[in-house]
Ligand binder design. Sequence first.
Ligand code: ACO
Length: 323
Amino acid sequence: MALYSKVTGCGSYLPSRVVTNAELAKRVDTTDEWIRQRTGIRERRRAEDGELTSDLGVKAAEEALAMARLSGADLDLIVCATATPDETFPATATRIQERLGMCQGAAFDVQAVCTGFIYALAVADNFLRLGQARNALVVGAETFSRILDYDDRSTCVLFGDGAGAVVLQAAEGNGAIESGVLSTHLYSDGRHHDALYVDGGPSSTGTVGRVRMEGREVFRHAVVRMAEAIDAALTANGLNPGDIDWLVPHQANLRIIEAMARRLNLPEDRVVVTVDRHANTSAASIPLALCEAVKDQRIRSGDLILMEAMGGGFTWGSALVRW
Ligand code: ACO
C-alpha cells in the first residue's frame, strides 16, 4: 500500500475593495483599453490598510477546512506560499496556525513567487506521501499591492491581492490514484533574477522594495517554460493533452493563458480564467481559480485538473490533480 494525498477541501478569499483600470488611469499614464488588450485584466482587489496576508489566508483556510469537515486542531502541517509575508519573520504560516487553533505539527512558508502554490502543494504532498503528516493545509496568500510602485505603469496595473487554500489528507491505495494529487514538477533557474525581482529586502537594502520586471522577457520565458512543465506532467503520468478536463493556470496574462490552452488544444470553456477580475495574485491565483470553478460546479468529482505557473527566480512548475 502506498500513501498519497486526497484533496478534501478548498477555499478562497478576496478583499472587498475593487480597483478598476479606470481608477489606476487616474494615477499613471495608462488606459483601460491598453490594460485589457495586453493583459485581459479589468479590475483587481486591494487589501485594506491593516488587512494582512495572514488575514486573507485565514479566511481562505477556514472555508477549505469547512469543506473538508476538519478543524484547525486536526491539522499537522501548514505550508503557506507567499512573497508578501506579514513580517520578515516569523513565517506567515505560523500566524495562520495560531489563528486556526492548531498547536501541533509544523507550519512554514515557501517562497517561489507566482509558482508558490505549486511549490507548496508539492512540499505538502511529499510530506503526506512519506507519512510525515496526515492532514495538511496548503495556502497561497498575497498582498502584492504593498510592493507595487504606483509610478511604474508597466507593473502596477498587473497585480492584485487575495488568498486561496486547499486541504490535503493522506490516504492509502494501490495502483492508480482515483482522487488526489497525481504528480508535481518543480523547476527554477536563478540566472533570470534581473527579469523579475523586488528591489529591496532585509539583507540588501533594509527596505521592503518594489516589483521590477522586464515584461517582454518574462512573457517569452513563461510560454516556453510552462509548456515544458506541462509536457513533464503528461509524460510522467502517461497522459495525452486530450485527457485533461480543466486547465487551471496561474493567472498573469490572458494571452499567456490562451497560448497554453492552444498548445493543449483545449477549448476556451475548459480553461478557468479569473485574471480579468483578480489580476495576478501571485501564489494565490491558482487556488483562487480552482475554488471558483469548484464552487460553481464546473469542476466535478473525477475531473483531471492541470495546473501550471511561472514566477520570479525564475521558478516554474506543474501539478496534476484528479478531483
Ligand atoms: N499603459 C500604457 N502603456 C504601457 C503600460 C501601461 N500600463 N505599460 C507599458 N506600456 C508601454 C510601454 O512603455 C511601451 O511603450 P514604448 O513602446 O513607447 O516603449 C509599450 O507599452 C509596450 O511595452 P511592452 O512591455 O513591450 O508591452 P507588452 O505587449 O509586452 O505588454 C506586459 C506588457 C503586459 C507586461 C507583458 O509583457 C506581460 O504580460 N508580460 C508577462 C509579465 C507577467 O505576467 N508578469 C507577472 C509575473 S510572472 C508571471 O506571473 C508569469
